[in-house]
Design a protein around this ligand. Sequence first.
Ligand SMILES: Cc1cc2nc3c(=O)[nH]c(=O)nc-3n(C[C@H](O)[C@H](O)[C@H](O)COP(=O)(O)O)c2cc1C
Length: 421
Amino acid sequence: MKRVLLRNMDTPNSRELDVYISSGGYSALRKAYSMSPSEVTEEVIKSGLGGRGGAWYPAGKKWQASRETNKTPRYLVANADEGEPGTFKDRAFLEKDPHMLIEGMLIAAYAIGAKQGYIYVRGEYPEGARVMEAAIRQAEERGCLGSNILGSGNNFYLKVYRGAGAYVCGEDSALIESIDGSRGHCRSKPPYPAAVGLFSMPTVVNNVETLVNVPHIIERGAQWFASIGSPKHPGPKIFCLSGNVRRPGLYELPTGTVLHTLIYRYGGGMRAGKKLKAVLPGGISTSLLTSERLDVRMDVDDLAAAGSSMGSGGVIVMDDDVCMVHAAKRAAKFFAHESCGKCTPCREGTKRMHEILERITDGSGRESDLELMRELGEGIQETSLCGLGGSCANFILSTLKYFRHEYLMHIHGTACPEKAA
Ligand SMILES: Cc1cc2nc3c(=O)[nH]c(=O)nc-3n(C[C@H](O)[C@H](O)[C@H](O)COP(=O)(O)O)c2cc1C
């Protein structure tokens, strides 16, 4: 597939507005301004664009819901928090193609009726935040952003908001709290941000990758987008391939690409002499797939049927040197550290989960710990306030399901695959 989203990544000076314009930039915005806001929204609904931040909620439907509140002001936020381990696609746009994001936001803002937007950039991406700020200045100076955009009479003002490095602030309601000036704690939903968001007003939060698709949908039409990849969740998708493969990196491929193709044809397969042991198809919040499931298509429904999920497309490949118990412990440590602490199941449960895994890797675990972990993990998933608790046990419980023997090896003091390697 010819690259659409990543097409400017290798172009020299791709951050510059002139370079973006010379590759066709801002023609989609002109076209959008010749349509009514509801026509733009309809086109995005017809395209089937699903949110690339992990939940795959239809973007156009979210825009419509915020507009239908009839409350103003409405806000638009680009979620560039990108905290999911294994995901590094949004960074590429911030640092190398900032104007594609700005154009996507301008079109979305027009459809929603938002005059103010924010780009929420994670604290660990200072370069991305700096490049975005420079691009915003450039777009304002050239009449592509701010007041009377391209002489159309439309206004849209954009600001970069830097996060402080908390994973939970990628969750849309915690992100809103953070911009609002409060602690990054998730909110109980409903109401959803599209109805009650930033400053209690309707707010659309979309992932960076979702937004960069928008100019291409307007330019080429909904039908073009809908014909790429899986019929129910179509379009180009950026997969972040990492771990023990020969060629890690970003790969733009149609949704529905077979996992084996991604790892072996594009990623060059495993490092020399190593066998694939497990894959996390959507970051560490998803359940692992074993080597028998590489025939799965990278599609929301197919991955759900295989017992996992697509998440935001962070494909982490693990070879047979990786001890699944240690990998689970590292994930548990991450979630215990990143829990915002607002709800008890997640605040306490993630810590207890980490303690149990530490006990097992220290050699003082018991067989009964395995059942305790399962009960605890399922309890956190079912009773937590937000998706952090809802998904934190996926990977850990899947290691227990597929690699129970490795837990027993630790508990009974026999070999650990990582120490043996
Ligand atoms: C703990 C947690 C972290 C999240 N982190 C991100 C993130 O870094 N970037 C992102 O776009 N969405 C993230 N999300 C999903 C957002 O809540 C939200 O669904 C998304 O930004 C909506 O955009 P989309 O519809 O375009 O995907 C996260 C969700 C949870 C529960």
